[in-house]
Design a binder for this molecule. Sequence first.
Ligand code: PLP
Length: 413
Amino acid sequence: QRSCLHFTTRLSRWQYCKQSARSVLEHELETIRTGGTWKGERIITSKQGPHINVDGSRGDILNFCANNYLGLSSHPQVVEAGIEALKKYGAGLSSVRFICGTQDIHKDLEQKLAKFHEREECILYASCFDANAGLFEVLLGPDDAVLSDELNHASIIDGIRLCRAKRFRYKHMDLNDLETQLKQSQSSRMRLVVTDGVFSMDGDVAPLKGICDLAEQYGALVFIDECHATGFMGPRGRGTDELLGVMDRVHIVNSTLGKALGGAAGGYTVGPKPLIDLLRQRSRPYLFSNSLPPPVVGCATRAVELLLASNEIAQSVGAKTMRFRNKMTEAGFTISGSAHPICPVMLGDARLASLMADDMLKLGVYVIGFSYPVVPKGKARIRVQISAAHTDQDIDRAVDAFIQTGRKHGVVS
Ligand code: PLP
């Protein structure tokens, strides 16, 4: 009887626990909803591309919010390469790299990426989030220091949190503040300056030349995250370091295969051979997570081959970006950044950004409003992303839709 009572008490405690956990979670969800920061997900029922079908919206929708900068996500050759790799190498490896998860195609892609970035070696990860999570802990110890731009991507911030180096945060793209932090960290054994090459919310480009000058002056290394630059920034699309003429002065580059390079998934680090060798021994997301699936490797490899073969594709998004930026500015909108295909249409008010994005979808143009905490308070915007796959007509249609909704909401006259 006693054990039966004991069991009933434990059961009801468990039920209580379950219920209170549920109410804690529901309260948290409600806080997000009432705070106006709920992120809904629209469901796409077609391939990724400039024209998509969206569940609940009729017909062809113009897509202006993918990171599909070069239009390679559904490029016939990229898709075909994925299918070939799937047929030849199977769906996946069921293993991490060092057990039985390395195929010749993984090594081939690593070599091609190292060649593309003109660095000694490359290591693949399941994502750039993983590449950022796995780098700093391996490279930096308690005697070292990391100097990070305050607006760096969340995955860089998380990666830095995992390492035991001293942390210094400098004001966004502020070289004076970086110099102050370099002076303050002078006693550290090794110092690493860490920045996004292009910051994804504004499309602004890090002042890499100034960063490299300071890093050399104070004996620091430089790391850049090139997720929003690889494939299309610089004359051959090598990235921000190529654009700013510092390819030989930036020591480590992390980037993604999930944006311009075919858009499937995957990330990587390129840099000096000893660093890459050490990452293979110690980097936790590499050691303890499954290998990139062959179809993903196949798609990315073909995307890199296309870029290695010709500059044309890397250049294909520039003119379209300027067409959008110029027409929108002429119409009276404020577009942040300068020449990057991330074109933030600045609106200020969070509700306005969200209402305008909804109205744009009614006109057949899919864009997304961003507000606090993703961007600073009072800096709500609609982030438009141009792709090489957009036609001039697509861009003009988007501008017309902006003008129509902008007039409705009193943003332009
Ligand atoms: N770094 C930056 C600057 C990004 O924008 C992103 C993705 O949004 C990542 C890292 C993560 O890349 P992945 O999607 O490959 O994990």
